[in-house]
Design a protein around this ligand. Structure first.
Ligand code: ASP
Length: 411
């Protein structure tokens, strides 16, 4: 009997995405956007809830598994610093791209000057480096899980993974428990991922149906500027890093990450995209131990798309306030946007909240955020897509760097 060939997941996601755009557009034109919000989006919400429920065990167990498979603590340190170096450099470059493009658009008079909004927003003050540092260390194990505080979950995974390695033979039972639990969570994740076309379709239909009007509105050029930034960053930085450091052709890379990019685009959540990113990274050749370490960390702290967005919108909002940014203010933006993107959670809309921090450092009234609030989802889709692409490219580069240092070691 001939076996029926089923469509691959990336193909299913692509079809769902296109179908979502079409249905959303029809609903928008027919003036029944509410239908998508009331009857389609809830299915997307169910799907995202499932992903959120699985993300803490996935991050915790996959990081511990990753650390255990490295075999010794020196290896953890070696992967750790390479990952952090990649994250910091690419985020700083993303900020510069965002600033250059924002300034070009601004100087060409392409940014609209909009009247101040009426709504008031709460400022997210930068609490200071030391406070952020202290906040990373949990005082209560369960509370960290309960609040899904990803930085704390990562610290817990690092400590437990490290301690199990240090305990040697005596931790055998613990290792088996972790590996058995991870196998179960991995299966569960597989089931949930198979539902992703439903999530993609329903969310896309809802976004297009409800945001259609704004796409054509006054913010189209600001959106365009951010999307050019995302595009330039992907083409220049990710293409060249995977080519130079990981030896992968950009075409293969973008084909391989397409499913995760589409998923990130529609879900607007790096954390929720994590299972798909993992699959894509491993198919492209990332070591399991590296991707298990780099991807959860990246989904929590590496946000290049968010950094570009924060720089572009900071320049746009400064224009609306009537400010002309000086060079030193631009440098301030690079520093605060890099820190703000690290502090941004991998969930929908969190980049907007962290933008308040950048604005308050520049003395731009935070209420001006109301100007972009309505269309933030559209910025968010693109920036999340970039955020996860950056994580996957990092996992590939670090894999290759590790292989090279092992070869050097063995030589
Ligand atoms: N939604 C983004 C992400 O999950 C974060 C942001 O809002 O910038 O990566």
């Amino acid at each position: 009997m001939k076996k029926k060939k089923s469509l691959s997941l990336p193909m299913q996601i692509l079809i769902a995405l296109i179908a979502g755009v079409i249905v959303g557009f029809i609903c928008y034109k027919a003036g029944v956007a509410d239908l998508t919000a009331n009857y389609l989006k809830p299915f997307g919400d169910i799907f995202v809830n499932l992903l959120k429920f699985i993300v803490v065990p996935v991050v915790l167990l996959s990081m511990i598994e990753g650390i255990l498979s490295m075999g010794d603590l020196r290896q953890v340190g070696s992967i750790g610093w390479k990952t952090m170096a990649y994250f910091t450099c690419t985020t700083a470059v993303a900020c510069v791209i965002g600033l250059v493009l924002g300034s070009l658009f601004n100087n060409a008079g392409l940014f609209p000057v909009l009247a101040p909004p009426t709504e008031a927003f709460e400022v997210k003050e930068f609490s200071g480096f030391m406070e952020v540092l202290v906040g990373m260390f949990p005082s209560n194990l369960w509370k960290a899980f309960f609040d899904a505080n990803m930085l704390q979950v990562i610290v817990i995974a690092l400590f437990f993974g490290g301690a199990m390695l240090a305990a040697g033979e005596k931790s055998k039972a613990c290792r088996e428990v972790v590996s058995s639990l991870y196998a179960v969570v991995d299966q569960l994740m597989g089931f949930i991922i198979r539902l992703s076309p439903i999530g993609v379709f329903t969310y896309m239909a809802w976004v297009v149906a409800t945001q259609g009007a704004e796409i054509l509105g006054s913010l189209a050029l600001v959106l365009l500027c951010a999307y050019i930034g995302y595009f330039v960053h992907a083409i220049i930085i990710y293409s060249s890093t995977v080519r130079v450091f990981a030896g992968i052709s950009p075409v293969t890379f973008f084909k391989g990450v397409a499913a995760a990019m589409m998923f990130g685009f529609t879900s607007a959540s790096s954390a929720a995209t994590l299972p798909v990113s993992k699959e894509c990274a491993e198919k492209l050749g990332a070591d399991k131990e590296v991707s298990a370490f780099v991807l959860p960390l990246g989904a929590t702290i590496n946000m290049d798309g968010t950094a570009i967005y924060q720089c572009v919108t900071a320049i746009f909002l400064a224009t609306c306030v009537g400010m002309n940014l000086t060079l030193s203010q631009m440098v301030t933006i690079v520093i605060t946007a890099t820190l703000a993107s690290i502090g941004t959670a991998g969930t929908p809309g969190s980049g907007l909240i962290m933008l308040t921090m950048v604005l308050s450092t520049l003395n731009i009234p935070v209420d001006y955020i109301g100007l972009i609030f309505a269309v933030d989802r559209l910025f968010d889709m693109g920036r999340t897509c970039m955020n996860i692409t950056g994580d996957i490219s990092c996992s590939l580069c670090v894999t290759r760097w590790q292989q090279k240092s092992k070869q050097r070691h063995n030589a």
